[in-house]
Design a protein around this ligand. Structure first.
Ligand code: GRG
Length: 321
């Protein structure tokens, strides 16, 4: 479906397209892989009406809202780039999406960003109240590890692969991951921070889960653990590009497209790539970071097929241009 043709891999320098424009239909890829992830989750999440209270209804409300499913698609694309089986990476891909949703629910709370809208709908605490939203976020953070430790995982991955997958995902949340990044972000509010500090913060807050998606894809494809660092290097650049594009969209997109309030960063006194560099400067950083991601993808070993990964990099910066 997605591999219509493959272009010249190029040198990865400044923004020469590494694949022919239109060679990979990213929108169709995200839809196709998103549907797989949704079906996987639909089978495993408790029924909306099963109680207690509205817990499971609220969980489904958040999970099945209109998200791009970028992170699970990235995990699947990485696994497929190394000729791994989609079924082998699907549990990790779904787990990563749940962690992401958990972070969105908590991020929207009054004590954090206090956002009324998420994925085009009232945020979880707006729809279900603050106490239940905290608990929905808690639940969504633990359930991924129930999925990953399910005995049926043994039919898909070797025990060491299961362990590393769980470790990668847990690490993307803890002291070098989303939670640490969010603490740094809160600390940085109401003061001017520099580009280095902003970048460090986002390596954790946004980059860590994107990196985990790539690493879990590599693990599921059976890439030797010793090669994970080298093969996942593009993910760091991709994570940064994703955040820069997100900052740009916060000032350029409309609420209907974004599915959340625009201008929220400014309202919350956050330093962003746009506030530090201006719109053109931020766009330049997005392009440069994407070029680095493309260049690193060209260094993947012969035999791998990173064409969808190149297209996902272009998709990320394309959203912010
Ligand atoms: C409970 C894991 C957990 C963390 C708590 C609140 C918090 C600490 C962290 C906030 C992390 C956060 C929301 C970072 C922003 C990441 C980001 C750019 C989100 C937008 O991602 P998209 O565009 O959204 O992929 P969709 O809705 O399409 O999935």
């Amino acid at each position: 479906m997605t591999h219509l043709s493959r272009g010249d891999a190029g040198s990865g320098g400044s923004r020469s397209p590494l694949i022919e424009p239109g060679a990979v239909d990213v929108a169709a890829y995200l839809t196709e892989k998103g549907a797989l992830v949704d079906a996987f989750l639909d089978e495993r999440l408790p029924a909306a009406d099963s109680g207690p209270g509205k817990l499971h209804e609220a969980i489904r409300y958040c999970v099945f809202a209109r998200g791009k499913r970028f992170r699970p698609a990235l995990a699947i694309a990485t696994c497929e780039a190394f000729h791994g089986r989609t079924e082998a990476v699907l549990p990790a891909a779904a787990a990563i999406e749940l962690i992401h949703v958990s972070s969105l629910v908590h991020d929207d709370l009054p004590c954090m960003d206090d956002a009324d809208l998420r994925r085009g709908k009232p945020s979880c605490h707006r729809a279900y109240g603050e106490a239940l939203a905290v608990l929905v976020g808690d639940w969504l953070l633990a359930f991924p590890f129930e999925i990953l430790s399910c005995p049926s995982m043994g039919a898909l991955l070797r025990p060491e692969q299961c362990c590393i997958t769980g470790q990668e995902i847990a690490r993307s949340v803890c002291s070098s991951g989303i939670v640490a990044g969010q603490v740094a972000d809160l600390e940085a509010e109401r003061r001017q921070i520099g580009l280095d500090e902003l970048q460090r913060l986002h390596v954790h807050k946004t980059g860590a889960l994107i990196r985990a998606a790539v690493r879990c894809g590599l693990v599921a494809a059976g890439v030797p653990f010793a090669d994970l660092d080298a093969h996942a290097r593009f993910a760091e650049q991709l994570g940064l590009a994703f955040q820069v594009a997100d900052d740009i969209l916060d000032v350029t997109a409309d609420e209907a497209t974004l599915g959340k309030p625009v201008g929220a960063d400014n309202a919350n006194n956050k330093s962003t790539y746009v506030s530090l560099l201006g719109l053109d400067g931020a766009r330049r950083v997005a392009e440069e970071t994407a070029a680095q991601a493309h260049a690193l993808l060209t260094e993947l070993p012969p035999g791998s097929d990173p064409s969808v990964l190149h297209a996902l990099v272009d998709f990320v910066v394309g959203r912010g241009s």
